[in-house]
Design a binder for this molecule. Structure first.
Ligand SMILES: Nc1ncnc2c1ncn2[C@@H]1O[C@H](COP(=O)(O)OP(=O)(O)OP(=O)(O)O)[C@@H](O)[C@H]1O
Length: 301
């Protein structure tokens, strides 16, 4: 059972507006043995936006994010994160970057409050640990030992540890895995409040509704390359969201994409026996439909 909570706004920051991109990646390459994990990946993340990286298992999302975080080496390509190369950037740079990695950290004997306070000490201008604990909905658990937390609560602690240093840029790698629906919505409110506070956020997620709800822009990665880029509404281009009319013609399935589905349905109805078109449906592709289409390898025509 998860406690009810709303995400309070994080204190407004006073960062100056920036014109340089927060993240700039050109031609990123990484190979593990026979696997070409990244194959010339390009990415730009603008200051102050929530940017989602989408893609199937093994597409190269975590490899990309960990190179940007300075935790993995690259074989080739240019990378700038907050103006520096993460491969050589020092401690001052690291203090400006927040990381919520896929794997939970193991600090089992400490309490939630001790863990967040200990992490805050590493940063020059941390957020108030108590406020951060409340913001992630762990207020009632601050005296609990980390090992006694549920999986979803531990994930929220990961988020608290990622934001307590008041990062300019926050990496969230599949942050809501294991959250119940209410906790996800509270987390989304928290992420939006961080963005409104001026934090740039790079998010990887398998939840298309999460990307649609949060992202200002999204990239779809497949086979180590970006195959589509845009806002959640226009990803895949205008064609991708064109309504699809499906019906049965003498028992055989038919479908047609059209910007004037009403006219097509009227034509079909006029020709149908007794005016009923068998198996008729009209659907407007969702972000999930567009995404699944983008990641499906196409047969060469
Ligand atoms: N340390 C490693 N050693 C060998 N191969 C690796 C290693 N890390 C990743 N790979 C391979 O590189 C490719 C990209 O992996 P990566 O973890 O970046 O994908 P992902 O998009 O994050 O996947 P997921 O959605 O499953 O987290 C995969 O084929 C993976 O098996």
């Amino acid at each position: 059972m998860t406690s009810t909570h709303t995400a309070p706004a994080v204190q407004p920051g006073t960062r100056p507006p920036r014109t340089a991109p927060a993240v700039r990646v050109r031609g990123l390459r990484k190979r593990y043995g026979a696997t070409q994990a990244l194959d010339g990946l390009d990415l730009d993340v603008v200051h102050g936006e929530i940017f989602a990286v989408l893609g199937p298992n093994g597409a190269g999302k975590t490899t990309t994010v960990e190179i940007l975080e300075g935790f993995r080496t690259r074989d080739g390509g240019e990378v700038r994160v907050l103006g520096q190369d993460p491969a050589t950037a020092g401690r001052a740079w690291r203090a400006r970057v927040g990381v919520v990695a896929q794997d939970s950290r193991d600090l089992s004997e400490l309490t939630v409050a001790e863990t967040v306070r200990a992490t805050a000490r590493y940063y020059p201008a941390p957020r108030d640990p108590a406020e951060v604990i409340a913001a992630v909905g762990l207020g009632e658990k601050e005296r609990a030992r980390v090992r006694a937390l549920s999986g979803g609560q531990r994930r929220r602690l990961d988020v608290a540890l990622g934001i307590v240093g008041r990062p300019e840029l926050l990496f969230l790698d599949e942050p809501t895995t294991g959250f119940d629906p209410e906790a996800r919505r509270a987390f989304w409110a928290l992420v939006r409040s961080l963005r409104d506070d001026g934090t740039t956020i790079l998010l990887t997620t398998h939840y298309l509704d999460e990307a649609a709800a949060l992202a200002d822009r999204a990239a779809v990665v497949r086979d180590g390359k970006v195959v589509a880029l845009g806002t959640p509404e226009n990803l895949g281009g205008p064609q991708a969201r064109t309504p699809v009319v499906r019906w049965l013609d003498d028992g055989r399935p038919r479908e047609e994409r059209t910007t004037t589905p009403t006219a097509l349905v009227a034509r079909l109805a006029a020709n149908a026996p007794a005016g009923e078109v068998p198996g008729l449906t009209v659907t407007r592709p969702s972000l999930e439909d567009v995404y699944l289409d983008l990641i499906t390898p196409k047969e060469p025509s």
